[in-house]
Design a protein around this ligand. Structure first.
Ligand SMILES: Nc1ncnc2c1ncn2[C@@H]1O[C@H](COP(=O)(O)OP(=O)(O)OP(=O)(O)O)[C@@H](O)[C@H]1O
Ligand SMILES: [Mg+2]
Length: 339
């Protein structure tokens, strides 16, 4: 495992800036998720960390040593892509042993390491299976075994579960987290799935338009997106234009205490699940305009009596046309003064 440091890393293709001077410190043995929409530069950044491409500017360090110009093999980074890339004509054992053979390791050592890693990925006894005889999840575990058997300093996963069905994705997420902990790997997981990033990673780095907008714990990202851009990307957020003055933010939803004392235009953000709907006892009145049942929650669109509308998600049942009082706690209202 290794600590990874990016210093002013930039990448341009044909004069088009894809990554814009990124700084990031990934701790030894950390699992960090790189989260961003399609085309935001996630794979590009992963390839730079892997050494499959070189940055246009900046440098990459592993444990404090500059590896920017060092080959993938010598920096001991391994990247696993979503399509497994197992050799179809080789058995499980031959697939896993491939990299060890290339290193000229003795046959007995290879046999032992293959058996050990098959135990770790919970597929003992599958040495002689061919890839076509494996399920999607099993193939994915063999691809991980093939990467991990080489004891990489850094394991890079590019949307590794996007080809798997929902249930398998859940079990593979748990599996990779436990594998990463057992093997104490420094791991960068690329995903555009927020939930995947939140459940798996210790920290999540949000990449938007080639910039790291926020690098934070899942809890902080969810509760306190740093700016409107991040909040919009994370979704399920209502925005209210308003005014900030003397430590109070006033908008269509009411007045909220904020830490700021200056006076200016601002935008407040409340997540759908932080909006409270009540039949009685409130100040801001609204009417249920639309309702969507989504299993764990019901999503409501509420038209405010004073104009405008908002979205709320909760478990309580309301009917279209119901009058409701809408509120939100002070701490649930994030105010962005720069938007
Ligand atoms: N070799 C290349 N030459 C030119 N442009 C490239 C190259 N590789 C990537 N790009 C461009 O860089 C941008 C970022 O691509 P990248 O593959 O890193 O996105 P991504 O975040 O991984 O997206 P996705 O979630 O769809 O996989 C895209 O606009 C892409 O077209
Ligand atoms: Mg990609």
């Amino acid at each position: 495992m290794a600590r990874i440091t990016l210093v002013g890393v930039a990448k341009a293709f044909n004069d088009k800036q894809i990554l814009d001077r990124l700084d990031l410190d990934i701790k030894n043995g950390e699992l960090i998720a790189l989260l961003g929409p399609s085309g935001s530069g996630k794979t590009t950044l992963l390839k730079l960390i892997a050494g499959l491409d070189t940055p246009s500017a900046g440098r990459i360090e592993f444990d404090g040593s500059d590896v920017t110009e060092v080959s993938t093999r010598h920096r001991q980074a391994i990247i696993v892509f979503q399509d497994h890339c197992l050799f179809p004509h080789l058995t499980v054992k031959e697939n896993i042993a491939f990299g060890l053979r290339a290193r000229n390791e003795p046959r007995a050592t290879i046999d032992r390491k293959v058996d050990e890693i098959l135990e770790v990925v919970q597929l003992p006894g599958r040495q002689n299976s061919l890839p076509h005889a494996l399920s999607g999840g099993e193939k994915q575990r063999i691809a991980l075994a093939r990467a991990c058997v080489l004891k990489p300093r850094v394991l890079l996963l590019d949307e590794p579960f996007s080809n798997l069905d929902v249930n398998l994705r859940f079990s593979m997420r748990e599996f990779v987290v436990s594998l990463q902990r057992v093997l104490k790997l420094t791991c960068v997981l690329v995903t555009h799935d927020k939930e995947e990033a939140f459940v798996m990673a210790e920290r999540v780095a949000v990449l938007l338009d080639g910039r790291l907008e926020q690098v934070d714990t899942p809890e902080n990202l969810y509760d306190r997106p740093k700016n409107k851009k991040v909040a919009e990307f994370l979704g399920e957020a209502n925005f209210f234009p308003g005014v900030m003055a003397d430590g109070v933010f006033s908008c269509a939803l009411g007045s909220f205490a904020t830490p700021w004392q200056d006076t200016r235009q601002a935008v407040g953000m409340v997540r759908y699940d932080n909006v409270q709907l009540r039949r009685h006892g409130g100040i801001t009145l609204g009417k249920i305009k639309d309702k969507v049942f989504a299993g764990r929650y019901i999503f409501y669109k509420v038209a405010l009596a004073a104009g405008g509308e908002l979205m709320a998600s909760c478990k309580e049942s309301f009917t279209l046309g119901d009058a409701v009082y809408v509120s939100c706690a002070d701490h649930a209202m994030q105010v962005y003064g720069d938007s």
